[in-house]
Ligand binder design. Structure first.
Ligand code: HEC
Ligand SMILES: [Cu+2]
Length: 349
């Protein structure tokens, strides 16, 4: 008897734990505390569907229990056959009409939301960013502003921002759970989605379409700042001189090595980079390659062996590996690329 109770208790604790844990999630990486328009609309749809499902579940369980209790075989009535109801028109109509109503309850808001989120009515009057998904990093091109950047997408808070999305290689999917739904990036055609963040802050994004060995490491950030701060950031980025001479001798040497050996794939400034991320504001980032903890040691280690951090990435094997001394100088160069006061840190203050 005791062992049996123990099992029940363990099961109870386990279900309680899973309930509690399912509420966990990194701040600004969960669809359950929406901080943007698309995420809010999606959550509302989830809730409507859940309510309908819970309603159906309860009704079925109540009927099931009543039938079990009332119509179980009783002593002395083993041969009793209850009244048969097949072909009962009223019943048939009820259990056909109720599901139809329930489906309408789900369908109307779903279809409305689908059209709402797909609308591009005010695209021309809004900020447009061209997004490219690459194995395993994201590129952001602000066409009108003539700014290019990778990894971190800066947007003004409380405004619709249209993202025109494409992939340079395989299918990816752009997803910032706490502010928007998902949108696939395809190699052949452009998909458009708008995002709108309600609050300033840093929102975490993920690739939501299996795209290779480092798919789960294809992280990015959306940094929502006030319109004022956004304009400042744009100006700071526009004013970057890619040829500017760094202050320290070590960074100067690093710049030279970078310009000779790395610039074929990477870019500083507003030109498009061919194969790798644009590093114009590398010193303002809070991650290396989207997922690696930001430190000089890790940056040097990345240059010596990127494979260790992101298996299958497109840098490994395709560049001339610097010596540790050279890598340190390049790191000094990259870390001082800090064009703006507006950074992920400033956005969370
Ligand atoms: C063949 C093209 C290529 C060359 C040459 C190359 N890289 Fe890369 N690099 C990439 C790609 C692609 C990525 C993105 C990897 C990923 O995240 O999947 C990358 C990522 C990086 C990152 C992380 C960038 C970020 O946005 O966080 C750094 C730093 C970097 N490379 C430094 C260098 C340095 C220094 C050199 C020269 C010694 C160099 N790379 C040469 C292709 C290249
Ligand atoms: Cu991907």
């Amino acid at each position: 008897m005791k062992g049996w109770m123990g099992k029940i208790r363990a099961l109870f604790l386990l279900s309680l734990l899973s309930l509690i844990l399912s509420g966990c999630g990194k701040e600004n990486l969960t669809a359950f505390t929406p901080k943007g328009y698309g995420a809010e609309v999606s959550l509302n749809l989830i809730i409507i569907s859940l309510l309908v499902m819970i309603f159906v579940f309860i009704v079925v369980m109540v009927i099931y229990t009543i039938v079990l209790v009332r119509y179980r075989q009783k002593k002395g009535q083993e041969d009793f056959v209850p009244k048969q109801t097949e072909g009962n028109k009223a019943l048939e109509v009820i259990w056909t009409v109720i599901p139809i109503i329930l489906l309408i309850v789900i369908a109307v808001p779903t279809v409305t939301a689908t059209y709402d989120l797909a609308s591009t009515d005010d695209k021309e009057d809004s900020l447009n960013v061209n997004v490219t998904g690459n194995q395993y990093w994201w590129h952001f091109n602000y066409g009108e502003q003539e700014i290019q950047t990778s990894q971190d997408l800066y947007i003004p808070v409380g405004e619709k921002v249209y993202l025109n999305m494409i992939s340079s290689d395989v299918l990816h999917s752009f997803w910032v759970p706490s502010i928007s739904g998902k949108m696939d990036t395809n190699p052949e055609n452009e998909n458009t989605m708008f995002i709108e963040a309600y609050e300033e802050g840093v929102y975490y994004g993920k690739c939501a379409e299996l795209c290779g060995p480092s798919h789960s490491l294809m992280d990015f950030k959306v940094i929502a700042v006030s319109r004022e701060e956004f304009d400042t950031w744009v100006e700071d980025m526009q004013n970057v001189d890619p040829e500017a001479t760094p202050e320290t001798a070590s960074a100067q040497e690093g710049q030279e090595i970078f310009q000779n050996s790395c610039i074929g794939c990477h870019a500083v400034g507003s030109q498009a980079s061919a194969v790798g991320p644009n590093v114009t504001n590398f010193g303002d980032r809070s991650m290396i390659a989207g997922v690696v903890e930001y430190s000089k040691e890790n940056l040097i280690q990345w240059m010596l062996n990127p494979e260790e951090f992101k298996p299958g990435n497109k840098m490994t094997g395709n560049y001339s590996v610097p010596s540790p001394e050279e890598a340190e100088k390049i790191a000094d160069y990259l870390l001082q690329l800090q064009p703006s006061e507006i950074t992920p840190e400033s956005a969370t203050e």
